[in-house]
Write a protein that binds this ligand. Structure first.
Ligand SMILES: *[C@@H]1O[C@H](CO)[C@@H](O)[C@H](O)[C@H]1NC(C)=O
Ligand SMILES: *[C@@H]1O[C@H](CO)[C@@H](O)[C@H](O)[C@H]1NC(C)=O
Ligand SMILES: *[C@@H]1O[C@H](CO)[C@@H](O)[C@H](O)[C@H]1NC(C)=O
Length: 571
């Protein structure tokens, strides 16, 4: 039988990424998290802001509030500074004109005269104050603040800086304010998807002698998507077939809403009960669903097992060590990650009782117990709300560094968990905050994504999911919509009969958009067939009309590699 074929499957880099559409200004995803001796050049050449170093006269800048302004030149670098501050907002300002519905990316390099202090950039508009972002600025070096906002009216605005510590001077340089239209913003997302979620797949069919075979029929079916999108579940799913069917036909990633939490597994000291968590994990395994471990401990004083409050520091310390060892060794090797300390940017239950190093010591213990998967910090408002000073990207970085700097923690595999509980999304701030955190090189997941109930809930859900999926540095998304008969936490995807709500339709539409449809075609005169596919696993079937009477199936192929790969199969 002369039916020997060699199939060469090439998975190519998406080289066409550099060919950006000529009229859309591309987005700059870079961010610096180092404090540098000299600030970098402003992004986008400064955009619409007048920059000291580009405008020798330093025109455009004014004293704001009760402060005084001065110009400083250090080693040839000119910048603006403020002194004589008495109120947090006493600083320097520049008047600008904002356009309605534009998405503004903002960045600036900040230094304070002494010590270190959080500094925020604020735009005062006719309709209110837009907080563009914040950084923990240091003295003797420059830190990059990256943020943004969406304008909801056209009109004049005033950019100024704010720091609660009025004893420091605020120095500012390399400022940038770059407007983008909605269309440009979407084109950045399309480019991001092309670059990080898809690959150009090239298949060549050749005969035994290596001669290309034209006219071979190729059909490709996606078996599994390469990008993790999941949703939380809870024990209600164990006894509800409709819930099971709805969930398993959509998701391969999950988090248990409450069942692994300490208050669920150890209601009274020493009486551990993992029945629900075990059953959920069994369910997940049966359906090939990967699970994030959530959470080992939670720093919010409201959510402790009741018996914990009365323990002495020594007894509490012992109890936490036992907890970490108990849950993490029980599920070791069966989860894809752990939220080790939940919400320790906002709360400090354990730090108050055990000292400021408490979280860092928990990561050390966690690493020793199940350090083979990423150990996440998990907190809210880092990408959702620019006004929450407790969990800005800068504060997040501080906490990460604090944990990593603790003796013995240098090799802890940390992960960045962004809960993503949105009200009204601020996409430029969301994107910039992820850019900043991505400069750590650590994995980033959106771990509890939902949108508050409002007439815009479904629309906003669509916006934040698209932004997250297209961001080159987001590694996975889990939504926080575990179903309960009495209602979900903030957002359900279905009604009580598991019929999609508008939010569920948004998710289904996107899951569809983010996967490659089944397709068929034939090889060209050089035996080639080429297609752009989402990362994932595929089944490829190749039939040749003349030399082969039968068809055959190639093992699953893998389009998640970023560099060219060649697969050869002979039959
Ligand atoms: C404000 O900054 C100064 C100079 O670094 C520092 O000495 C002081 O402790 C800071 N004040 C507060 C309230 O942080
Ligand atoms: C390829 O198929 C087309 C249509 O089936 C046919 O007309 C053509 O001759 C074939 N070419 C070769 C090289 O077999
Ligand atoms: C696909 O490739 C990725 C990245 O190289 C790898 O982690 C994954 O295990 C592969 N999957 C399969 C099914 O080969």
């Amino acid at each position: 039988m002369e039916n020997n074929l060699i199939i060469v499957l090439l998975i190519l880099c998406t080289l066409h990424f550099s060919g950006f559409e000529a009229n859309a200004l591309s987005y700059d995803y870079t961010a610096s998290i180092e404090c540098l001796e000299n600030p970098d050049k402003p992004l986008y050449g400064g955009g619409i802001v007048l920059n000291p170093e580009l405008n020798v006269g330093l025109e455009g800048w004014h004293a704001f509030g009760g402060a005084k302004m001065k110009h400083i030149e250090l080693a040839g670098n000119k910048f603006v500074a403020t002194h004589g501050r008495n109120q947090p907002s006493d600083s320097i300002s520049q008047k600008l004109y904002l356009q309605n519905e534009m998405l503004y990316s903002f960045s600036a390099w900040i230094q304070v005269s002494e010590g270190n202090a959080p500094v925020a950039a604020v735009f005062k508009t006719a309709t209110g104050f837009k907080h563009a972002g914040a950084v923990v600025a240091e003295s003797k070096c420059w830190s990059m603040l990256k943020g943004g906002f969406t304008s909801d009216a056209s009109g004049p605005a005033e950019l100024y800086f704010e720091s609660k510590n009025t004893s420091v001077e605020i120095w500012v340089d390399s400022i940038s304010l770059q407007p983008f239209t909605q269309e440009e913003w979407t084109s950045h997302q399309d480019q991001g998807i092309k670059k990080v979620r898809k690959a150009n797949v090239r298949i060549q069919v050749v005969d035994k002698q290596g001669n290309p075979l034209p006219n071979a029929t190729i059909s490709i079916v996606q078996k599994q998507s390469g990008f993790p999108v999941g949703c939380a579940i809870n024990k209600n799913i164990l006894t509800n077939t409709a819930y099971q069917n709805w969930f398993t036909s959509r998701f391969r990633f999950t988090t248990f809403e409450d069942e692994m939490k300490w208050y669920s597994t150890e209601g009274s000291p020493g009486h551990e009960d993992y029945l629900s968590a075990d059953a959920l994990l069994r369910f997940a395994k049966e359906h090939n669903i990967a699970v994030r471990g959530h959470n080992v401990v939670w720093d919010d004083p409201k959510y402790q097992p009741g018996w914990l409050y009365s323990l002495s520091p020594t007894a509490l310390s012992k109890a936490v060590a036992k907890r970490i060892n108990s849950i993490m060794s029980r599920y070791k090797g069966q989860l894809i990650s752990w939220d080790v300390v939940n919400e320790n940017l906002h709360f400090s239950f354990f730090e108050r009782k055990l000292g400021m190093q408490a979280s860092a010591t928990f990561y050390k213990l966690a690493q020793a117990t199940d350090g083979t998967v990423p150990l996440f910090l998990n907190d809210y408002n880092t990408i959702e709300d620019s006004r929450d000073g407790a969990s800005t990207p800068a504060k997040y970085l501080q906490k990460l560094r604090e944990i990593q700097a603790f003796p013995g923690n240098r090799n802890v595999r940390m992960g960045i968990g962004l809960e993503a509980h949105f009200n009204t999304p601020n996409l430029p701030y969301m994107r910039a905050s992820i850019d900043t955190l991505a400069a750590t090189g650590l994995p980033i997941w959106l771990t509890e994504l939902d949108v508050q109930n409002s007439p815009n809930q479904a629309k906003y859900l669509d916006q934040v999911l698209k932004e997250a999926h297209s961001h080159p540095k987001v590694d996975g998304i889990v939504m926080w919509a575990a179903w309960k008969p009495q209602g979900c936490y903030r957002m359900c995807l279905t009604d009580n009969n598991f019929k999609n709500l508008p939010t569920g339709n948004v998710v289904d539409n996107l899951l569809h958009q983010w996967s490659s449809k089944a397709l068929a075609g034939s090889t060209d005169s050089d035996g080639f067939f080429e297609e752009s596919l989402f990362h994932g696993e595929y089944e490829v079937k190749i039939t040749h009309p003349s030399s082969l009477a039968h068809s055959f199936v190639i093992v699953s192929t893998n389009a998640s590699q970023q560099s060219p790969v060649i697969f050869q199969f002979s039959v």
